[in-house]
Design a protein around this ligand. Structure first.
Ligand SMILES: [Ca+2]
Ligand SMILES: [Ca+2]
Length: 95
């Protein structure tokens, strides 16, 4: 039972973004050129870290950025940023 709730919360947080028309991508893409550069991504994470009282670690952010940058062109597209983590979850099919 506990597990179900946990999974549900996960699913909600992942889909809520798109349902509300908010996307992490848009939040990062400050100049709205349809791409998120490493600088934009870092800036966003820096802000988030500050808000959450965490220390901003550029090394960690860079590794996240690289992990999302599937084609390795140094820029995150909307697909790479918004859809990359969701892909993983598709493994577990749920109706
Ligand atoms: Ca941009
Ligand atoms: Ca890319």
């Amino acid at each position: 039972m506990k597990k179900t709730i946990y999974l549900l919360a996960f699913a909600i947080s992942a889909s809520a973004a798109t349902a509300q028309g908010w996307s992490f991508f848009d939040a990062c893409d400050k100049n709205e050129d349809g791409k998120v550069t490493e600088a934009e991504f870092a800036a966003r994470n820096k802000k988030e870290s500050k808000k959450k009282g965490k220390t901003f670690d550029p090394v960690v952010v860079k590794s996240i950025f690289d992990g999302r940058d599937l084609d390795g062109n140094g820029i995150l597209s909307r697909d790479e940023l918004d859809n990359a983590p969701a892909k993983k979850k598709k493994k577990k099919k749920k109706k």
